[in-house]
Ligand binder design. Structure first.
Ligand SMILES: O=C(CO)[C@@H](O)[C@H](O)COP(=O)(O)O
Ligand SMILES: [Fe+2]
Length: 224
């Protein structure tokens, strides 16, 4: 099965958001990645939970919300009410990651734990048995258009090994610098959900870019 592609609207044209969302939906993406940034946990400010509410009726894509905020617990109920399908919380953003993930699960929404490039897998092993998805940041969070950090690939391998040794089922998502040049490294290490912002939305033909990422994450491709 080909990888799940999650275009990040951080790089979309906000004045034509409905068009940019429909475009990736028709091109075969499964998730829509929504980066919520507060200017404190990360340097930039993007948009808030209301964007999830506004986007919900506009698309059938699963809304994959990446929280880059301090005190993420404050927004969990609102995000669930607004129609988020997956909520990702950074392990570095709260002293109570277990509680935050449990709050999400209690609302029947998929819970994801996220780690920065500088955070080891060992920091999240205590919660790996309870999550639906793990997000390995392949850049330092805060901006689109950065370069993929190859040093993060080893963490995908570690998670893949931990998952099979413990008979767990969580998905492994990667986010940051994903292009046709970098996606195979993450795929081969065990990732199956791929966020792509600038590669999909910059320049032209987002649909062709999604088709290319899909092809590169299909086991049929042996070399590229
Ligand atoms: O979470 C983030 C950035 O912090 C991302 O989701 C970006 O939106 C990815 O953008 P590209 O690196 O693909 O341009
Ligand atoms: Fe993200």
């Amino acid at each position: 099965m080909a990888g799940i592609i999650a275009p990040s609207i951080l790089s979309a044209d906000y004045t034509n958001l409905e068009r940019d969302v429909k475009l990736v939906e028709e091109a075969g993406a499964e998730y829509l990645h929504i980066d919520i940034m507060d200017g404190s946990f990360v340097p930039a400010i993007s948009y808030g939970p209301n964007w999830v509410k506004q986007l919900r009726p506009e698309t059938n894509l699963k809304l994959d919300v990446h929280m880059m905020v301090v005190n993420p617990e404050k927004f969990i109920d609102q995000l669930c009410d607004n129609g988020a399908d997956i909520i990702g919380i950074h392990a570095e953003s709260t002293p109570h990651i277990y509680r935050a993930l449990q709050m999400i699960k209690d609302r029947g929404v998929k819970a994801e734990v996220v780690i920065n490039p500088g955070t080891p897998v060992s920091a999240i092993t205590p919660v790996l048995g309870m999550v639906d998805q793990v997000l390995v940041m392949t850049v330092n969070p805060g901006f689109g258009g950065q370069k993929f950090l190859p040093s993060t690939v080893d963490k995908i391998t570690q998670l893949d090994t931990y998952r099979s040794m413990n008979d767990l089922k969580f998905d492994i998502e990667v986010d940051g610098g994903i292009t046709d040049q970098t996606i195979r490294q993450a795929y081969e290490a065990g990732a199956n959900v791929f966020v792509a912002g600038s590669y999909v939305y910059d320049k032209k033909d987002p649909a062709a870019k999604i088709a290319r990422l899909k092809k590169l994450t299909s086991s049929a491709v042996v070399s590229e």
